[in-house]
Design a protein around this ligand. Structure first.
Ligand SMILES: O=C(O)C(=O)C[C@H](O)[C@H](O)COP(=O)(O)O
Length: 203
């Protein structure tokens, strides 16, 4: 199993995907991978999510994870489905425990020093910073990352193609998450082009 640090360093941007129709999942994953974004976060926000995960796992090169995992039952369900990583908007011991015990890469959301300390207590050092822009933006993350010098982050929430380079230039930021790569109604050619541009953002 791949560890979370390796997954975070695979590409500069983790596309956060909300999939309404599982039939669109495979072409979408193919377009993203063709554009160089291999790490794909499928959020459990739609009934199609689990089927979409299964479809995307068939795409060569795709590293498929589940996002918006908010409880232990969801964590177990996506572990059983064979996801390679799990993202949650926040961090509770209850959601973290089955993921850590299964040895699956975990990227829990943090926004405060207390959140990060709860993660350190659980042996975690790699976190999502969420919601990044409204939690104080890069300035807030810089302040938080100073005492937690051993931690690495994936800021997500409100990040755009224009703002991503500033985040990525901060050393503790290994990648950023965002939905801008897959705008509603975009063609697969447009998604591939946006993925290629996103992949090139890390200088
Ligand atoms: O539900 C989760 O677990 C999430 O990951 C939330 C997402 O990170 C944001 O919804 C993406 O933020 P935008 O790029 O601003 O659209």
């Amino acid at each position: 199993m791949t560890d979370i640090a390796t997954i975070m360093q695979t590409s500069a941007v983790i596309p956060v995907l909300v999939i309404d129709d599982a039939a669109t999942a495979k072409p979408l994953a193919e377009a993203l991978v063709a554009g160089g974004l291999r790490v794909l976060e499928v959020t459990l926000r739609t009934p199609a999510a689990m089927e979409a995960i299964a479809e995307m796992k068939q795409v060569p090169g795709a590293i498929v994870g589940a996002g918006t995992v908010v409880n232990d039952a969801q964590a177990r369900e996506v572990i059983d489905a064979g996801v390679e990583f799990i993202v949650s908007p926040g961090l509770t011991e209850r959601v973290a425990r089955p993921i850590i015990d299964a040895g699956v890469a975990f990227l829990p959301g943090t926004a405060t020093a207390g959140d990060i300390m709860r993660g350190l207590d659980l042996g975690l050092t790699h976190f999502k910073f969420f919601p990044a822009e409204t939690s104080g933006g890069l300035k807030a993350l810089k302040a938080l990352a100073a005492p937690f010098y051993q931690c690495r982050f994936c800021p997500t929430g409100g990040i755009t193609e224009a703002s991503a380079p500033d985040w990525l230039a901060f050393k503790p930021v290994l990648c950023v998450g965002g939905s801008w790569v897959t705008p509603t109604g975009a063609s697969m050619a447009e998604v591939e082009a946006k993925a290629r541009a996103a992949n090139a953002l890390r200088g």
